[in-house]
Design a protein around this ligand. Structure first.
Ligand SMILES: O=C(O)c1ccccc1N[C@@H]1O[C@H](COP(=O)(O)O)[C@@H](O)[C@H]1O
Length: 228
């Protein structure tokens, strides 16, 4: 097992942000996508991001942002990362990095082994890849669906994944299955949103503590040290 990052995503209140920071999240995420129950406008998001004050890396989660929105993110929110869940091509990721100067985590949906072929074109372009579940039928969200995929796909012979690749794993991870996710996939980061909520978009401090307790039980050196 390698030491891994922990990202808590879809935060929208100072109280639950404080729990994520106190428990040592390395990354905290904020969603800007109108259809999401976790959506935050740029102004309130900027206020929340300012509270992080260097204690974790900050991430805006968004979908096919246009240039005007990118400029607002970079100017008004100033996150460390953009997490992209749309149809952004490697060329578009390159443009977005150059335009904003921000690090980019490109989310790619996985349901079957063949989906992993989409990873290689982003190598050396995206700063990080996030392997997430494919959206289930009937959902109009490209992420945040609380559904996991077959993690053994990532370590199967012939997966085509570079074993050295620093990818984050997401999709339906929670306190009950995080140990198994880490054991099977050995990712360089774990990303959780629905799994620490009491209802869509409502982060639950108790569930967040249970999640971090489960991580603590994995022992050292499970988690990377938080950013200074
Ligand atoms: O959370 C959302 O509503 C969302 C909306 C649009 C794109 C991505 C979104 N969430 C991201 O999806 C993954 C998995 O979430 P979950 O743990 O399965 O709920 C995570 O990175 C969320 O930030």
């Amino acid at each position: 097992m390698r030491a891994f990052d922990v990202k808590i995503c879809g935060l929208s209140t100072p109280e639950t942000l404080a729990v994520a920071l106190e428990r040592g999240a390395s990354h905290v995420g904020f969603v800007h996508f109108a259809r999401s129950p976790r959506h935050m406008d740029v102004g309130p998001m900027a206020e929340l991001v300012a509270k992080v004050d260097g204690r974790a890396e900050t991430v805006i989660v968004t979908v096919d942002p246009d240039d005007a929105l990118l400029d607002r993110f970079a100017r008004d929110v100033k996150p460390d990362w953009l997490q992209l869940h749309g149809r952004e091509t490697p060329e578009r990721v390159r443009e977005i990095k150059a335009r904003t100067g921000l690090k980019v985590m490109k989310a790619l949906p996985v349901a079957a082994a063949g989906d992993l072929a989409a990873v290689a074109p982003y190598a050396g372009v995206a700063d990080r890849i996030l392997l997430d579940s494919k959206r289930p039928k009937g959902s109009d969200l490209p992420g945040g669906n609380g559904v996991s995929f077959d993690w053994t796909l990532l370590t199967s012979a012939g997966s085509g994944l570079d074993p050295q690749m620093a990818y984050m794993l997401s999709g339906g991870i929670d306190a009950d299955n995080v140990a198994e996710a880490v054991r099977i996939a050995d990712p360089s980061g774990i990303d959780v949103s629905s799994g620490v909520e009491s209802a869509p978009g409502v982060k639950d401090a108790g569930r967040m503590h249970s999640f971090f307790d489960a991580l603590d039980r994995l022992g050292e050196p499970a988690r990377k040290a938080r950013v200074s």
